[in-house]
Design a protein around this ligand. Structure first.
Ligand code: ATP
Ligand code: MG
Length: 593
Protein backbone atom coordinates (compact mmCIF):
# COMPACT_ATOMS: atom_id res chain seq x y z
CA UNK A 1 0.00 0.00 0.00
CA UNK A 2 1.25 3.49 -0.82
CA UNK A 3 1.36 5.75 2.21
CA UNK A 4 -0.91 8.75 2.30
CA UNK A 5 0.54 12.09 1.34
CA UNK A 6 -0.40 15.68 2.05
CA UNK A 7 -3.49 16.10 -0.14
CA UNK A 8 -4.96 12.83 0.97
CA UNK A 9 -4.35 13.48 4.67
CA UNK A 10 -6.05 16.87 4.39
CA UNK A 11 -9.06 15.29 2.73
CA UNK A 12 -9.23 12.33 5.10
CA UNK A 13 -9.01 14.56 8.15
CA UNK A 14 -11.96 16.67 7.05
CA UNK A 15 -14.04 13.61 6.16
CA UNK A 16 -13.21 11.96 9.46
CA UNK A 17 -14.45 14.89 11.51
CA UNK A 18 -17.43 15.53 9.30
CA UNK A 19 -18.51 11.99 10.05
CA UNK A 20 -18.15 12.76 13.75
CA UNK A 21 -20.63 15.63 13.55
CA UNK A 22 -18.20 18.47 12.99
CA UNK A 23 -18.86 21.40 10.73
CA UNK A 24 -15.95 22.08 8.38
CA UNK A 25 -15.17 25.79 8.61
CA UNK A 26 -12.93 27.67 6.15
CA UNK A 27 -9.51 28.78 7.38
CA UNK A 28 -9.03 32.31 8.65
CA UNK A 29 -6.63 34.61 6.85
CA UNK A 30 -2.92 34.33 7.65
CA UNK A 31 -3.18 37.96 8.68
CA UNK A 32 -5.65 38.22 11.58
CA UNK A 33 -8.61 40.39 10.67
CA UNK A 34 -9.43 41.16 14.28
CA UNK A 35 -7.68 44.46 15.03
CA UNK A 36 -7.32 43.56 18.68
CA UNK A 37 -5.31 40.47 17.68
CA UNK A 38 -2.21 40.12 19.79
CA UNK A 39 -0.17 38.38 17.10
CA UNK A 40 0.83 39.68 13.68
CA UNK A 41 -0.04 36.40 11.99
CA UNK A 42 -2.34 33.48 12.56
CA UNK A 43 -0.23 31.07 14.61
CA UNK A 44 -2.85 28.45 15.45
CA UNK A 45 -6.22 27.16 14.30
CA UNK A 46 -8.02 28.26 17.47
CA UNK A 47 -7.44 31.96 16.92
CA UNK A 48 -10.54 32.61 14.84
CA UNK A 49 -12.67 30.80 17.44
CA UNK A 50 -11.57 32.81 20.47
CA UNK A 51 -15.01 34.44 20.95
CA UNK A 52 -16.69 31.01 21.17
CA UNK A 53 -14.26 29.71 23.77
CA UNK A 54 -14.86 32.63 26.07
CA UNK A 55 -18.61 32.66 25.54
CA UNK A 56 -18.74 35.97 23.72
CA UNK A 57 -20.52 34.47 20.74
CA UNK A 58 -22.88 31.58 20.21
CA UNK A 59 -21.64 29.01 17.68
CA UNK A 60 -25.23 27.85 17.07
CA UNK A 61 -26.07 31.25 15.66
CA UNK A 62 -22.89 31.93 13.69
CA UNK A 63 -21.68 28.69 12.26
CA UNK A 64 -24.07 27.75 9.54
CA UNK A 65 -25.11 24.19 9.96
CA UNK A 66 -24.17 21.82 7.20
CA UNK A 67 -25.29 18.33 6.38
CA UNK A 68 -23.24 16.91 9.21
CA UNK A 69 -24.89 19.04 11.82
CA UNK A 70 -28.30 20.11 10.57
CA UNK A 71 -29.37 21.61 13.90
CA UNK A 72 -26.45 23.91 14.46
CA UNK A 73 -23.18 22.86 15.96
CA UNK A 74 -20.72 23.28 18.77
CA UNK A 75 -18.08 21.22 16.99
CA UNK A 76 -15.95 22.42 14.10
CA UNK A 77 -12.83 21.36 12.20
CA UNK A 78 -10.42 23.36 10.06
CA UNK A 79 -7.24 23.27 8.07
CA UNK A 80 -5.52 26.48 9.06
CA UNK A 81 -2.60 28.12 7.29
CA UNK A 82 -0.22 29.32 10.01
CA UNK A 83 2.88 31.45 10.12
CA UNK A 84 5.23 31.42 13.08
CA UNK A 85 8.12 33.85 13.00
CA UNK A 86 9.09 32.62 16.44
CA UNK A 87 10.41 29.45 14.79
CA UNK A 88 12.50 31.28 12.18
CA UNK A 89 15.81 30.37 13.81
CA UNK A 90 14.88 26.68 13.84
CA UNK A 91 14.34 26.43 10.09
CA UNK A 92 16.64 23.75 8.76
CA UNK A 93 16.03 21.26 11.58
CA UNK A 94 13.88 18.17 11.03
CA UNK A 95 10.49 19.54 12.06
CA UNK A 96 10.09 23.33 12.10
CA UNK A 97 8.74 25.61 9.37
CA UNK A 98 7.65 29.23 9.37
CA UNK A 99 4.64 28.47 7.17
CA UNK A 100 2.73 25.28 7.89
CA UNK A 101 -0.78 23.91 7.94
CA UNK A 102 -2.48 23.00 11.16
CA UNK A 103 -5.30 20.48 11.23
CA UNK A 104 -7.68 21.04 14.09
CA UNK A 105 -10.92 19.93 15.65
CA UNK A 106 -12.63 22.18 18.16
CA UNK A 107 -15.57 22.03 20.49
CA UNK A 108 -17.15 24.93 22.35
CA UNK A 109 -18.91 23.10 25.11
CA UNK A 110 -19.92 20.10 23.00
CA UNK A 111 -17.50 17.32 23.92
CA UNK A 112 -14.43 17.22 26.15
CA UNK A 113 -11.41 15.07 26.96
CA UNK A 114 -12.76 11.59 26.33
CA UNK A 115 -14.03 12.19 22.81
CA UNK A 116 -11.12 14.43 21.83
CA UNK A 117 -8.52 11.87 22.87
CA UNK A 118 -10.42 9.00 21.27
CA UNK A 119 -10.75 10.86 17.96
CA UNK A 120 -7.06 11.75 17.83
CA UNK A 121 -6.01 8.23 18.78
CA UNK A 122 -8.26 6.65 16.18
CA UNK A 123 -7.09 9.03 13.45
CA UNK A 124 -3.40 8.48 14.16
CA UNK A 125 -3.53 4.71 14.61
CA UNK A 126 -6.32 3.61 12.25
CA UNK A 127 -6.07 6.17 9.47
CA UNK A 128 -2.42 7.19 9.50
CA UNK A 129 -1.68 3.62 10.63
CA UNK A 130 0.96 4.47 13.21
CA UNK A 131 1.27 1.56 15.64
CA UNK A 132 -0.02 2.55 19.12
CA UNK A 133 3.16 1.31 20.78
CA UNK A 134 5.18 3.80 18.70
CA UNK A 135 3.49 6.79 20.28
CA UNK A 136 4.59 8.81 23.25
CA UNK A 137 1.94 10.72 25.13
CA UNK A 138 2.55 13.78 27.27
CA UNK A 139 0.25 14.71 30.13
CA UNK A 140 0.35 17.69 32.52
CA UNK A 141 2.05 16.59 35.74
CA UNK A 142 0.56 19.26 37.98
CA UNK A 143 1.87 22.22 39.92
CA UNK A 144 0.83 24.13 43.03
CA UNK A 145 -2.00 25.85 41.15
CA UNK A 146 -3.38 23.16 38.85
CA UNK A 147 -3.41 19.43 39.55
CA UNK A 148 -2.07 16.48 37.51
CA UNK A 149 -4.33 15.72 34.52
CA UNK A 150 -5.51 12.38 35.89
CA UNK A 151 -8.52 12.28 33.60
CA UNK A 152 -6.51 12.45 30.36
CA UNK A 153 -4.02 9.96 31.74
CA UNK A 154 -6.77 7.43 32.51
CA UNK A 155 -8.38 7.88 29.09
CA UNK A 156 -5.06 7.13 27.38
CA UNK A 157 -4.47 4.13 29.61
CA UNK A 158 -7.88 2.74 28.74
CA UNK A 159 -6.84 2.99 25.08
CA UNK A 160 -3.86 0.75 25.80
CA UNK A 161 -1.06 3.29 26.26
CA UNK A 162 1.59 1.75 28.50
CA UNK A 163 3.23 3.38 31.50
CA UNK A 164 6.57 3.75 29.68
CA UNK A 165 4.96 5.67 26.81
CA UNK A 166 3.92 8.60 29.03
CA UNK A 167 5.87 11.81 29.40
CA UNK A 168 4.87 13.98 32.35
CA UNK A 169 5.18 17.59 31.28
CA UNK A 170 5.25 20.85 33.17
CA UNK A 171 3.73 24.26 32.59
CA UNK A 172 5.96 24.94 29.57
CA UNK A 173 4.88 21.91 27.57
CA UNK A 174 1.52 20.84 28.86
CA UNK A 175 -0.28 24.03 29.65
CA UNK A 176 -1.23 25.96 26.53
CA UNK A 177 -2.03 29.59 25.99
CA UNK A 178 -3.10 32.24 26.12
CA UNK A 179 -1.96 33.80 22.87
CA UNK A 180 -0.96 37.34 23.84
CA UNK A 181 -1.78 39.08 27.08
CA UNK A 182 -4.95 37.29 28.11
CA UNK A 183 -7.34 34.65 26.95
CA UNK A 184 -8.50 31.06 27.18
CA UNK A 185 -5.97 28.43 28.21
CA UNK A 186 -5.71 25.07 29.88
CA UNK A 187 -3.91 21.79 30.31
CA UNK A 188 -3.01 19.83 27.22
CA UNK A 189 -1.97 16.37 26.19
CA UNK A 190 0.28 15.75 23.19
CA UNK A 191 0.95 12.90 20.81
CA UNK A 192 4.57 12.28 19.80
CA UNK A 193 6.18 9.87 17.37
CA UNK A 194 9.94 9.43 17.02
CA UNK A 195 10.52 12.48 19.19
CA UNK A 196 8.36 14.73 17.03
CA UNK A 197 5.28 16.40 18.44
CA UNK A 198 2.43 15.61 16.08
CA UNK A 199 -0.77 16.70 17.77
CA UNK A 200 -1.57 18.93 20.71
CA UNK A 201 -4.95 18.58 22.41
CA UNK A 202 -5.74 21.58 24.56
CA UNK A 203 -8.57 21.55 27.06
CA UNK A 204 -9.58 25.13 27.67
CA UNK A 205 -10.88 25.48 31.19
CA UNK A 206 -9.48 28.81 32.31
CA UNK A 207 -9.34 32.41 31.29
CA UNK A 208 -5.96 33.94 32.08
CA UNK A 209 -6.30 37.59 33.00
CA UNK A 210 -3.75 40.34 32.40
CA UNK A 211 -2.39 39.91 35.93
CA UNK A 212 -1.78 36.21 35.12
CA UNK A 213 -4.49 34.99 37.50
CA UNK A 214 -6.79 32.21 36.25
CA UNK A 215 -10.57 32.24 36.23
CA UNK A 216 -12.66 29.21 35.30
CA UNK A 217 -14.37 29.48 31.92
CA UNK A 218 -18.14 29.05 31.75
CA UNK A 219 -17.87 26.44 29.04
CA UNK A 220 -15.13 23.88 28.76
CA UNK A 221 -13.65 23.85 25.29
CA UNK A 222 -11.50 21.60 23.14
CA UNK A 223 -8.82 23.09 20.88
CA UNK A 224 -6.56 20.73 19.01
CA UNK A 225 -3.77 21.34 16.53
CA UNK A 226 -1.87 18.84 14.44
CA UNK A 227 0.93 19.77 12.07
CA UNK A 228 0.00 18.53 8.60
CA UNK A 229 3.62 18.40 7.40
CA UNK A 230 4.66 16.43 10.47
CA UNK A 231 1.79 13.99 9.94
CA UNK A 232 2.88 13.51 6.35
CA UNK A 233 6.46 12.97 7.50
CA UNK A 234 5.64 10.11 9.85
CA UNK A 235 3.18 8.56 7.40
CA UNK A 236 5.44 8.78 4.37
CA UNK A 237 8.50 7.72 6.39
CA UNK A 238 7.39 5.52 9.31
CA UNK A 239 11.05 5.23 10.27
CA UNK A 240 12.03 8.83 9.59
CA UNK A 241 14.38 9.03 12.53
CA UNK A 242 16.47 6.04 11.44
CA UNK A 243 16.19 6.94 7.77
CA UNK A 244 17.29 10.49 8.52
CA UNK A 245 14.25 11.92 6.78
CA UNK A 246 12.99 15.36 7.70
CA UNK A 247 10.03 17.58 7.04
CA UNK A 248 11.89 18.76 3.91
CA UNK A 249 11.68 15.27 2.40
CA UNK A 250 7.87 15.13 2.27
CA UNK A 251 5.89 15.50 -0.94
CA UNK A 252 5.21 19.22 -0.47
CA UNK A 253 8.91 20.05 -0.09
CA UNK A 254 10.94 17.54 -2.05
CA UNK A 255 10.23 19.03 -5.52
CA UNK A 256 11.23 22.49 -4.23
CA UNK A 257 14.43 21.16 -2.69
CA UNK A 258 15.26 19.13 -5.80
CA UNK A 259 14.87 22.21 -7.94
CA UNK A 260 17.18 24.23 -5.70
CA UNK A 261 19.75 21.44 -5.65
CA UNK A 262 19.96 21.22 -9.40
CA UNK A 263 20.02 24.97 -9.98
CA UNK A 264 22.64 26.08 -7.48
CA UNK A 265 26.38 25.97 -8.05
CA UNK A 266 27.30 25.65 -4.38
CA UNK A 267 24.26 23.96 -2.84
CA UNK A 268 24.18 23.77 0.95
CA UNK A 269 21.47 21.86 2.75
CA UNK A 270 20.57 24.48 5.33
CA UNK A 271 20.48 27.33 2.80
CA UNK A 272 18.26 25.23 0.51
CA UNK A 273 15.84 24.46 3.32
CA UNK A 274 15.62 28.11 4.36
CA UNK A 275 14.98 29.24 0.79
CA UNK A 276 12.28 26.58 0.27
CA UNK A 277 10.58 27.43 3.57
CA UNK A 278 10.78 31.21 3.19
CA UNK A 279 9.68 31.07 -0.44
CA UNK A 280 6.55 29.14 0.48
CA UNK A 281 5.81 31.55 3.34
CA UNK A 282 6.39 34.64 1.16
CA UNK A 283 4.18 33.38 -1.66
CA UNK A 284 1.32 32.55 0.69
CA UNK A 285 1.60 35.97 2.32
CA UNK A 286 1.67 37.79 -1.02
CA UNK A 287 -1.28 35.72 -2.21
CA UNK A 288 -3.29 37.19 0.66
CA UNK A 289 -2.62 40.69 -0.58
CA UNK A 290 0.36 41.56 1.62
CA UNK A 291 3.18 43.65 0.15
CA UNK A 292 6.66 44.18 1.57
CA UNK A 293 6.96 47.31 3.69
CA UNK A 294 8.81 48.70 6.67
CA UNK A 295 6.19 47.96 9.29
CA UNK A 296 4.54 45.00 10.95
CA UNK A 297 3.53 42.11 8.67
CA UNK A 298 4.97 43.82 5.60
CA UNK A 299 8.33 44.02 7.31
CA UNK A 300 8.32 40.31 8.10
CA UNK A 301 7.58 39.59 4.44
CA UNK A 302 10.42 41.90 3.46
CA UNK A 303 12.76 40.08 5.81
CA UNK A 304 11.74 36.69 4.43
CA UNK A 305 12.41 37.77 0.85
CA UNK A 306 15.68 39.44 1.76
CA UNK A 307 16.88 36.36 3.56
CA UNK A 308 16.04 34.35 0.43
CA UNK A 309 18.22 36.71 -1.63
CA UNK A 310 21.05 36.40 0.83
CA UNK A 311 21.00 32.60 0.68
CA UNK A 312 20.49 32.71 -3.07
CA UNK A 313 23.81 34.54 -3.32
CA UNK A 314 25.44 32.19 -0.89
CA UNK A 315 24.69 29.07 -2.94
CA UNK A 316 24.79 30.83 -6.34
CA UNK A 317 21.24 29.89 -7.18
CA UNK A 318 20.02 30.62 -10.71
CA UNK A 319 19.00 34.28 -11.07
CA UNK A 320 15.33 34.01 -11.99
CA UNK A 321 14.53 30.95 -9.96
CA UNK A 322 11.18 32.27 -8.76
CA UNK A 323 9.25 31.67 -11.97
CA UNK A 324 10.00 27.96 -11.98
CA UNK A 325 9.85 27.59 -8.21
CA UNK A 326 6.42 29.23 -8.11
CA UNK A 327 5.15 26.89 -10.77
CA UNK A 328 6.33 23.91 -8.71
CA UNK A 329 4.60 25.37 -5.65
CA UNK A 330 1.41 25.87 -7.64
CA UNK A 331 1.45 22.22 -8.71
CA UNK A 332 1.73 21.23 -5.07
CA UNK A 333 -0.84 23.58 -3.56
CA UNK A 334 -2.91 25.18 -6.32
CA UNK A 335 -5.82 22.75 -6.06
CA UNK A 336 -6.41 23.40 -2.40
CA UNK A 337 -5.23 27.02 -2.30
CA UNK A 338 -6.29 28.66 -5.58
CA UNK A 339 -5.16 32.07 -4.28
CA UNK A 340 -1.57 31.16 -5.14
CA UNK A 341 -2.47 30.76 -8.81
CA UNK A 342 -2.44 34.51 -9.38
CA UNK A 343 0.94 34.14 -11.05
CA UNK A 344 1.50 37.59 -12.57
CA UNK A 345 0.70 39.58 -9.47
CA UNK A 346 2.63 37.28 -7.15
CA UNK A 347 5.72 37.31 -9.35
CA UNK A 348 5.55 41.04 -9.79
CA UNK A 349 5.63 41.71 -6.05
CA UNK A 350 8.18 39.03 -5.26
CA UNK A 351 10.53 39.85 -8.12
CA UNK A 352 10.40 43.58 -7.53
CA UNK A 353 11.39 43.21 -3.91
CA UNK A 354 14.01 40.62 -4.77
CA UNK A 355 15.62 42.76 -7.47
CA UNK A 356 15.54 45.89 -5.39
CA UNK A 357 17.36 44.12 -2.66
CA UNK A 358 19.73 42.11 -4.85
CA UNK A 359 21.01 45.31 -6.41
CA UNK A 360 21.39 47.17 -3.16
CA UNK A 361 22.87 44.13 -1.46
CA UNK A 362 25.82 44.26 -3.85
CA UNK A 363 26.18 48.03 -3.56
CA UNK A 364 25.69 47.88 0.18
CA UNK A 365 28.33 45.21 0.59
CA UNK A 366 30.78 47.38 -1.34
CA UNK A 367 29.88 50.39 0.78
CA UNK A 368 30.36 48.31 3.86
CA UNK A 369 33.83 47.27 2.72
CA UNK A 370 34.65 50.95 2.26
CA UNK A 371 33.44 51.79 5.74
CA UNK A 372 35.48 49.01 7.21
CA UNK A 373 38.61 50.21 5.45
CA UNK A 374 38.32 53.54 7.24
CA UNK A 375 36.80 52.30 10.38
CA UNK A 376 38.65 49.15 11.29
CA UNK A 377 36.94 47.36 14.17
CA UNK A 378 33.57 48.95 14.65
CA UNK A 379 30.81 50.65 12.76
CA UNK A 380 28.76 53.33 14.44
CA UNK A 381 24.99 53.37 14.82
CA UNK A 382 24.79 56.19 12.30
CA UNK A 383 26.71 54.17 9.74
CA UNK A 384 24.57 51.10 10.38
CA UNK A 385 21.49 53.27 9.99
CA UNK A 386 22.86 54.61 6.72
CA UNK A 387 23.22 51.03 5.43
CA UNK A 388 19.74 50.26 6.68
CA UNK A 389 18.12 53.28 5.13
CA UNK A 390 20.03 53.55 1.88
CA UNK A 391 20.57 49.90 1.06
CA UNK A 392 17.76 48.29 2.98
CA UNK A 393 19.97 46.01 5.03
CA UNK A 394 17.78 44.69 7.84
CA UNK A 395 19.65 45.30 11.09
CA UNK A 396 19.87 41.58 11.87
CA UNK A 397 21.56 41.06 8.52
CA UNK A 398 24.05 43.83 9.25
CA UNK A 399 24.79 42.15 12.56
CA UNK A 400 25.14 38.77 10.87
CA UNK A 401 27.60 40.15 8.30
CA UNK A 402 29.56 41.89 11.04
CA UNK A 403 29.67 38.85 13.24
CA UNK A 404 31.20 36.90 10.36
CA UNK A 405 33.94 39.51 10.20
CA UNK A 406 34.37 40.01 13.92
CA UNK A 407 33.30 43.63 13.84
CA UNK A 408 31.20 45.43 16.40
CA UNK A 409 28.10 47.45 15.63
CA UNK A 410 26.72 50.17 17.85
CA UNK A 411 23.21 48.81 18.06
CA UNK A 412 21.74 51.23 20.57
CA UNK A 413 22.86 54.25 18.59
CA UNK A 414 21.31 52.59 15.56
CA UNK A 415 18.05 52.20 17.48
CA UNK A 416 18.17 55.86 18.47
CA UNK A 417 18.55 56.85 14.83
CA UNK A 418 15.71 54.57 13.86
CA UNK A 419 13.49 56.08 16.53
CA UNK A 420 14.25 59.59 15.36
CA UNK A 421 13.50 58.57 11.82
CA UNK A 422 10.23 56.88 12.79
CA UNK A 423 9.20 59.86 14.89
CA UNK A 424 9.82 62.24 12.01
CA UNK A 425 7.90 60.21 9.47
CA UNK A 426 5.07 59.55 11.92
CA UNK A 427 4.65 63.21 12.77
CA UNK A 428 4.79 63.97 9.07
CA UNK A 429 2.04 61.46 8.37
CA UNK A 430 -0.16 62.77 11.16
CA UNK A 431 0.22 66.33 9.99
CA UNK A 432 -0.63 65.28 6.50
CA UNK A 433 -3.75 63.35 7.29
CA UNK A 434 -4.91 64.73 10.62
CA UNK A 435 -5.97 68.18 9.44
CA UNK A 436 -6.17 69.85 12.84
CA UNK A 437 -2.72 71.11 13.71
CA UNK A 438 -3.42 71.86 17.36
CA UNK A 439 -5.02 68.56 18.09
CA UNK A 440 -2.10 66.79 16.49
CA UNK A 441 0.43 68.56 18.67
CA UNK A 442 -1.65 67.51 21.60
CA UNK A 443 -1.65 63.91 20.51
CA UNK A 444 2.07 63.99 19.87
CA UNK A 445 2.64 65.46 23.34
CA UNK A 446 0.66 62.65 24.93
CA UNK A 447 2.40 60.02 22.86
CA UNK A 448 5.75 61.40 23.88
CA UNK A 449 4.78 61.24 27.54
CA UNK A 450 3.93 57.59 27.14
CA UNK A 451 7.26 56.95 25.44
CA UNK A 452 9.14 58.70 28.25
CA UNK A 453 7.41 56.54 30.88
CA UNK A 454 8.23 53.39 28.95
CA UNK A 455 11.82 54.56 28.62
CA UNK A 456 12.25 54.84 32.40
CA UNK A 457 10.47 51.50 32.79
CA UNK A 458 13.09 50.01 30.45
CA UNK A 459 15.84 51.09 32.86
CA UNK A 460 13.97 49.52 35.78
CA UNK A 461 13.47 46.33 33.81
CA UNK A 462 17.14 46.13 32.94
CA UNK A 463 18.14 46.49 36.58
CA UNK A 464 15.54 43.90 37.62
CA UNK A 465 17.03 41.45 35.09
CA UNK A 466 20.41 41.98 36.69
CA UNK A 467 19.01 41.34 40.15
CA UNK A 468 16.98 38.27 39.23
CA UNK A 469 19.03 36.63 36.49
CA UNK A 470 22.61 37.80 36.20
CA UNK A 471 24.33 40.96 37.40
CA UNK A 472 26.25 41.28 34.12
CA UNK A 473 23.27 41.62 31.83
CA UNK A 474 23.55 44.47 29.37
CA UNK A 475 21.07 45.82 26.91
CA UNK A 476 21.54 44.54 23.36
CA UNK A 477 18.81 46.56 21.79
CA UNK A 478 15.62 48.28 22.69
CA UNK A 479 12.68 49.78 20.93
CA UNK A 480 9.90 51.86 22.39
CA UNK A 481 6.59 52.78 20.83
CA UNK A 482 3.86 54.61 22.70
CA UNK A 483 2.24 51.23 23.38
CA UNK A 484 5.04 49.00 24.52
CA UNK A 485 8.70 48.54 25.12
CA UNK A 486 10.99 45.87 23.82
CA UNK A 487 14.28 44.95 25.41
CA UNK A 488 16.82 42.49 24.01
CA UNK A 489 19.53 41.10 26.22
CA UNK A 490 21.99 38.23 26.12
CA UNK A 491 20.86 35.21 28.13
CA UNK A 492 21.29 31.54 27.26
CA UNK A 493 17.83 30.13 27.91
CA UNK A 494 14.11 30.75 28.20
CA UNK A 495 13.10 32.42 31.46
CA UNK A 496 10.89 30.44 33.80
CA UNK A 497 7.41 31.74 34.66
CA UNK A 498 8.68 32.25 38.22
CA UNK A 499 11.55 34.42 37.00
CA UNK A 500 9.25 36.48 34.81
CA UNK A 501 6.91 37.01 37.72
CA UNK A 502 9.76 38.03 40.01
CA UNK A 503 11.11 40.52 37.49
CA UNK A 504 7.69 42.03 36.91
CA UNK A 505 7.08 42.32 40.65
CA UNK A 506 10.44 43.93 41.28
CA UNK A 507 9.84 46.58 38.63
CA UNK A 508 6.39 47.29 40.07
CA UNK A 509 7.85 47.52 43.55
CA UNK A 510 10.37 50.14 42.39
CA UNK A 511 7.61 52.08 40.67
CA UNK A 512 5.52 52.08 43.83
CA UNK A 513 8.46 53.16 45.96
CA UNK A 514 8.36 56.50 44.11
CA UNK A 515 12.08 56.74 43.46
CA UNK A 516 13.56 60.08 42.38
CA UNK A 517 15.17 60.14 38.96
CA UNK A 518 18.21 62.40 38.77
CA UNK A 519 20.02 63.52 35.66
CA UNK A 520 23.66 64.60 35.69
CA UNK A 521 26.36 65.40 33.14
CA UNK A 522 29.62 63.64 33.94
CA UNK A 523 33.00 62.73 32.54
CA UNK A 524 32.68 59.25 31.05
CA UNK A 525 35.51 57.94 33.22
CA UNK A 526 33.93 59.25 36.38
CA UNK A 527 30.54 57.84 35.44
CA UNK A 528 32.02 54.40 34.90
CA UNK A 529 33.91 54.61 38.20
CA UNK A 530 30.68 55.48 39.99
CA UNK A 531 29.08 52.33 38.59
CA UNK A 532 27.02 53.80 35.79
CA UNK A 533 26.40 51.19 33.12
CA UNK A 534 26.22 51.70 29.40
CA UNK A 535 24.84 49.83 26.49
CA UNK A 536 26.52 46.76 25.05
CA UNK A 537 29.14 47.65 22.41
CA UNK A 538 28.28 51.33 22.58
CA UNK A 539 31.00 53.91 22.03
CA UNK A 540 30.52 57.00 24.23
CA UNK A 541 31.84 60.56 24.01
CA UNK A 542 34.04 61.86 26.85
CA UNK A 543 31.21 63.72 28.50
CA UNK A 544 28.00 61.78 29.07
CA UNK A 545 24.54 62.18 30.54
CA UNK A 546 23.68 59.85 33.39
CA UNK A 547 20.41 58.86 34.99
CA UNK A 548 20.21 57.61 38.54
CA UNK A 549 16.94 56.09 39.75
CA UNK A 550 16.97 56.26 43.53
CA UNK A 551 20.48 54.81 43.64
CA UNK A 552 19.07 51.51 42.38
CA UNK A 553 19.53 51.88 38.65
CA UNK A 554 22.45 53.86 37.22
CA UNK A 555 22.69 54.19 33.47
CA UNK A 556 24.50 56.29 30.93
CA UNK A 557 21.68 57.48 28.73
CA UNK A 558 20.60 60.53 26.80
CA UNK A 559 17.08 60.45 28.23
CA UNK A 560 14.50 61.83 28.60
CA UNK A 561 12.98 60.19 31.69
CA UNK A 562 10.21 60.80 34.21
CA UNK A 563 11.05 62.72 37.41
CA UNK A 564 9.68 60.10 39.80
CA UNK A 565 8.98 56.41 39.16
CA UNK A 566 5.44 56.86 40.58
CA UNK A 567 4.48 58.54 37.30
CA UNK A 568 4.96 55.27 35.44
CA UNK A 569 2.01 53.30 36.83
CA UNK A 570 1.53 49.50 36.71
CA UNK A 571 4.07 47.61 34.60
CA UNK A 572 3.34 44.35 32.83
CA UNK A 573 5.45 41.84 30.90
CA UNK A 574 3.55 40.70 27.83
CA UNK A 575 6.01 38.29 26.34
CA UNK A 576 9.39 36.65 26.77
CA UNK A 577 10.83 35.06 23.68
CA UNK A 578 13.97 34.33 21.73
CA UNK A 579 15.18 37.17 19.53
CA UNK A 580 18.16 35.40 17.99
CA UNK A 581 20.71 32.86 19.14
CA UNK A 582 21.61 33.61 22.76
CA UNK A 583 19.49 36.76 22.89
CA UNK A 584 16.19 36.94 24.75
CA UNK A 585 13.52 39.53 24.14
CA UNK A 586 11.04 40.94 26.62
CA UNK A 587 8.03 42.95 25.58
CA UNK A 588 6.26 44.91 28.25
CA UNK A 589 3.63 47.58 28.56
CA UNK A 590 2.20 50.05 31.07
CA UNK A 591 -1.41 49.29 31.80
CA UNK A 592 -2.32 52.90 32.54
CA UNK A 593 -0.70 54.22 29.35
P1 ATP B 1 7.25 22.29 18.99
O1 ATP B 1 7.49 22.21 20.45
O2 ATP B 1 7.63 21.05 18.24
O3 ATP B 1 7.79 23.56 18.38
P2 ATP B 1 4.73 23.50 19.60
O4 ATP B 1 4.59 23.11 21.02
O5 ATP B 1 5.24 24.85 19.28
O6 ATP B 1 5.65 22.40 18.83
P3 ATP B 1 1.87 23.77 19.18
O7 ATP B 1 1.93 25.22 19.45
O8 ATP B 1 1.24 22.89 20.19
O9 ATP B 1 3.36 23.23 18.84
O10 ATP B 1 1.19 23.55 17.75
C1 ATP B 1 0.35 22.44 17.43
C2 ATP B 1 0.98 21.53 16.38
O11 ATP B 1 1.42 22.27 15.24
C3 ATP B 1 2.21 20.82 16.88
O12 ATP B 1 1.86 19.63 17.54
C4 ATP B 1 2.97 20.54 15.59
O13 ATP B 1 2.50 19.34 15.00
C5 ATP B 1 2.59 21.69 14.70
N1 ATP B 1 3.65 22.71 14.66
C6 ATP B 1 3.93 23.65 15.60
N2 ATP B 1 4.94 24.45 15.22
C7 ATP B 1 5.31 24.03 14.00
C8 ATP B 1 6.29 24.46 13.06
N3 ATP B 1 7.07 25.51 13.32
N4 ATP B 1 6.39 23.81 11.89
C9 ATP B 1 5.61 22.75 11.61
N5 ATP B 1 4.65 22.29 12.45
C10 ATP B 1 4.50 22.91 13.63
MG1 MG C 1 7.06 25.58 18.90
Amino acid sequence: MIAMKTNEIRQTFLEYFQNKNHKIVPAASLIPQDISSSSLFTVAGMQQFRPYFIGLRDPFKDIHPGLAAPLGTKNVATIQKCLRTIDIDSIGDNKHLTFFEMLGNFSFGGYFKKEAINYAFEFVTKILKIAPEKLQISVFKGNDQIPFDEESYQIWKALGIKEKQFILGDQDDNFWGPIGEEGPCGRCTEIYNQGIEIWNLVFNEFYQKQDKSLEPLKIKGVDTGAGLERMTLITEFPDCQKQNKTIFDIDTFLPLIDYLKSNATYYEEKAGRIIADHFKASIFLISEGLAPSNVEQGYILRRLIRRIVKYQNQISLKQNFETELLSILQNLYGNYYPEILNTDLILKIFTEEKQKFAKTLQRGLKELEKMLDQNKKEISGKEAFYLFETFGFPIEMILEEMQNRNIKVNVSEFQEELKKHKEISRIGAEKKFGGHGLKNDDIIGKENQKIVKLHTATHLLLQALREVLDKNITQKGSDISSEKLRLDFPFPRKLTPEEIKKIEELVNQKIQEGLEVTREEKELKQALQEGYLGVFMMKYPDKVTTYNIGGWSKEICAGPHVKNTKEIGPFKIIKEESSSAGIRRIKATLTSN
